[in-house]
Design a protein around this ligand. Structure first.
Ligand SMILES: Nc1nc2c(c(=O)[nH]1)N[C@H]1C(S)=C(S)[C@@H](COP(=O)(O)OP(=O)(O)OC[C@H]3O[C@@H](n4cnc5c(=O)[nH]c(N)nc54)[C@H](O)[C@@H]3O)O[C@H]1N2
Ligand SMILES: Nc1nc2c(c(=O)[nH]1)N[C@H]1C(S)=C(S)[C@@H](COP(=O)(O)OP(=O)(O)OC[C@H]3O[C@@H](n4cnc5c(=O)[nH]c(N)nc54)[C@H](O)[C@@H]3O)O[C@H]1N2
Ligand code: SF4
Ligand SMILES: [Mo]
Length: 705
């Protein structure tokens, strides 16, 4: 037997940041379990996290650089040779077409790998390109739009840990483990909050695992979030249950808001959104009673029709009920890893910054938060312009599978002059890539959890540091390091999150992480002394009084116009041709397109079934396990049916991340299918952020001919 040791670390597959203990033998992870000493996750770890040994050391891991040959097959190539060739081709592309012809896509995982998160944006900017895209703009950019139109409370929001009521809308933390402070050991956390007296309201077309814990569950018709939110606002305003003093001081547009939600009476909303009228009114009462609490939205409303408007109205509930810390309140988490910033009891006014940056070549869509909108990426590649996107660097993502209108995206990726993927797996995008650079995985790189969102996610001043606890395969590099190597070959300095890197001698990842935390409130060395993470005793911070006079804008004219349009819409419920609504949801077994091929996951879930209410199946003459076609006005995919009474009638729930490339000859029972073939990324998308409609898609189910 070789050397055996146990290491502490934390999982970085999702925002759960679960503390783990790893048994390591001969530098390979042989066992993993939750770390009971972790102050927030207390021994919890989900089945994905527990697959680490297979994920790191399994046969499907990409451990060498690969180059695509003319015949389409990929062959191993020494990393330096790959980097030489990439740099040379990139140089040619930039010389001929300018730096804006180079784009980057950052997928989900880099979010949680501290250094990977910052790797691409600064790299592209140092090349002179603004073409940075991420998954944020196909999942929750409605939150950005809402912020830019309503404004933001500079002292943050109420935390669930201090709240009397919490409303989760299209957000299922018990599965997604993605819900701010409810992300840490979510079931135990929610249970404890409920025992303390917090009321939980869930708005979701499915009776989700989270809805099972709710005091009140509104199982709305998919895609009716605008109606439902307007109905809640209507009740609160009509009955004068808003926080009048707060509104008086901090809110502009109250009369316009009142007028805009006037048509959304409880009866009208109950009919249209398919919820019980009295429950709707009760939800408004419970929420308005507070006094502390929050509406928190997930992908459900943010991927649906009118997602920007839905997000706006849900946020208006927080605003008119004044759900924000006030001057003198103690700040739950003043931060540990980031510098302290003052929190003032005031509004940072709306800025509408998308109108200010350089818009996209196609459709003229402006950037937000330093990102171009992913809904336009395929067109940016296919555009006739000389400076169209010709080269794409993907770090930890799989756009060939994850993007709406899969066929168009795949055609676009094929049209690139250079596609480079930095990834530990041979995913669908890898099949199209010119080069795959083998990425290091969690446990092979140092990290801290949720650095850029620590004060929002961690309810208390928590921090942890993990070094790399197992060595990475010898031919792999850290994500950022590949980009540094390319910059060096191009002779261009690499700015990493505002820091100019030494281009003679690359820093180590540990040094780079220390640079990122150089203004932390607790020194990194001290954080590192607590291997299970720690709640740090940082000095108390209180919300300061306001030093400016600014107001939230609750009903600007563009929002009012869109809402009036929704009020006028008819026959939103049923069309004879597409009577059902396909809804997006996540499952415990997979993370987007990841883990489905790991042996233990495949045993549990080989395919992404289309889940329907058993009565809907029976009425349509179908049975569980039938293979059918799911048909939208845009496309058609096969699916295996499943019966699930938790799905409301009229909805069909199917998760994403399954299936291969379009036209792969696959057995749907073995490979699943990709719902992105049903989604039109151009016609059915929102103004401002080009956000496609990824849920509540009108469909029908057809027997396979
Ligand atoms: N139809 C439909 N489509 C959807 C959705 C939906 O609900 N419905 N959801 C959307 C959402 S919310 C998102 S966020 C996107 C996700 O879109 P993507 O991020 O493009 O897709 P993922 O499958 O998450 O790909 C992540 C990749 O990161 C790799 N990876 C893991 N760890 C590391 C690492 O440390 N370094 C590097 N370099 N790579 C790593 C994995 O191997 C994987 O290939 O998909 C979207 N697509
Ligand atoms: N296990 C696991 N965890 C994940 C992921 C994963 O793939 N697997 N993905 C990660 C990513 S990238 C993200 S962005 C987060 C997302 O985190 P969440 O937003 O919590 O994602 P879901 O768990 O899919 O919850 C969305 C809910 O919206 C509901 N819904 C669908 N349509 C509608 C609608 O029209 N209106 C309303 N109100 N609800 C609707 C669905 O039934 C579902 O329960 O999760 C992250 N965590
Ligand atoms: S919940 Fe998230 S962080 Fe925790 S073990 Fe699962 S995947 Fe990892
Ligand atoms: Mo996402």
């Amino acid at each position: 037997m070789g050397e055996r040791r146990t290491a502490h670390s934390f999982c970085r597959i999702c925002s759960g940041s679960c503390g783990v203990m790893l048994d390591i033998e001969d530098d390979r992870i042989v066992a993993i379990r939750g770390d009971k000493a972790h102050p927030l996750t207390r021994g919890y770890a989900c089945m994905k996290g527990l697959q680490a040994p297979d994920m790191l050391h399994g046969p499907d891991r990409v451990t060498q650089a690969l180059r695509r040959q003319k015949d389409g097959a990929h062959v191993p190539v020494p990393v330096d040779e790959a980097l030489d060739e990439i740099a040379e081709r990139l140089k040619g592309i930039i010389e001929a077409h300018g730096p804006r012809s180079v784009a980057g896509w950052r997928g989900t995982n880099p979010w949680f790998q501290t250094l990977s998160h910052y790797a691409l944006p600064g790299w592209l900017a140092s090349l002179g390109s603004d073409q940075f895209y991420s998954s944020m703009t196909i999942d929750q950019s409605a939150k950005w739009v809402a912020m830019e139109r309503i404004g933001v409370w500079a002292a943050g929001r109420h935390m669930a840990t201090e709240s009397d009521v919490w409303m989760l809308v299209g957000n299922n933390p018990l599965v997604s483990v993605s819900a701010g402070a409810l992300s840490f050991n979510p079931q135990k956390t929610l249970k404890a909050l409920k025992e303390r007296g917090m009321k939980l309201i869930v708005v979701d077309p499915r009776r989700t695992q989270t809805a099972e814990m709710a005091d009140l569950h509104l199982a709305l018709r998919p895609g009716e979030d605008v109606t439902l939110a307007a109905g809640l606002l209507h009740v609160i305003l009509r009955e004068g249950r808003e926080d009048k003093m707060f509104c008086e001081q901090f809110v502009a547009g109250m009369d316009a808001l009142r007028a805009a939600v006037a048509p959304f009476t409880p009866d009208a909303v109950a009919r249209r959104a398919g919820v019980d009228r009295d429950m709707l009114v009760e939800a408004a009462h419970i929420f308005a009673a507070g006094p502390k609490g929050c509406v928190q939205t997930g992908t459900g409303p943010d991927m649906g029709p009118h997602s920007n408007l839905a997000e706006h109205l849900y946020e208006c509930l927080n605003v008119i009920c004044g759900r924000f810390p006030r001057a003198g309140d103690v700040v739950g988490n003043p931060g540990v890893m980031s510098p302290r910033t003052p929190r003032r009891a005031q509004v940072a006014p709306p800025r509408r910054r998308w109108t200010k940056g350089r818009p996209s070549r196609v459709r003229g869509i402006g950037p937000m938060q330093g990102e171009m909108m992913a809904g336009t990426l395929a067109e940016e590649i296919m555009a006739p312009d000389a400076d169209r996107v010709r080269s794409l660097f993907v770090v930890g993502g799989n756009p060939a599978s994850s993007m709406p209108d899969q066929r168009r995206m795949v055609d676009a990726l094929r049209a690139l002059d250079l596609l480079v993927l930095v990834d530990p797996t041979f995913n669908e995008t890898a099949r199209l890539a010119d080069f795959i650079l083998p990425a290091r995985l969690l446990y092979e790189v140092p990290a801290v959890p949720l650095l850029n969102v620590e004060t929002y996610f961690f309810p208390m001043p928590f921090a942890q540091y993990t070094p790399a606890v197992v060595p990475a395969p010898p031919e792999t590099q850290d994500d950022w390091r590949y980009l540094w190597d390319i910059s060096r070959r191009l002779g261009v300095p690499y700015r990493f999150n505002g820091m100019d890197l030494d281009m003679e001698r690359a820093p180590t990842s540990e040094a780079l992480l220390a640079m990122l935390l150089d203004r932390s409130q607790v020194p990194l060395d001290t954080i590192a002394r607590y291997p299970s993470g720690h709640l740090f005793d940082v000095a108390e911070q209180r919300v300061e009084a306001s030093d400016r006079d600014a107001r939230f804008e609750v009903m600007p004219t563009d929002v009012a116009e869109e809402l009036a349009g929704v009020a006028r819409e008819s026959d939103h419920a049923r069309s004879a041709e597409f009577p059902l609504r396909l809804i997006a949801h996540r499952v415990r077994e997979t993370y987007n397109g990841q883990y489905r091929l790991l042996p233990k996951i495949r045993q549990r879930m080989a395919t992404n079934r289309a889940w329907c209410h058993p009565d809907d199946l029976r009425d349509a003459g179908f049975a569980e396990d039938d293979i059918v076609d799911i048909v939208s006005s845009f496309g058609r995919v096969p699916a295996v049916l499943g019966a699930d009474a938790a799905v409301r009638r009229g909805a069909v729930a199917m998760t994403h991340g399954f299936g291969g490339l379009p036209d792969d000859p696959e057995d749907v029972r073995e490979a699943g299918a990709n719902p992105n073939q049903l989604i039109d990324a151009v016609r059915d998308c929102e103004p401002i952020n080009a956000m496609p409609r990824m849920t509540a898609i009108p469909i029908r189910i057809e027997a396979r001919g």
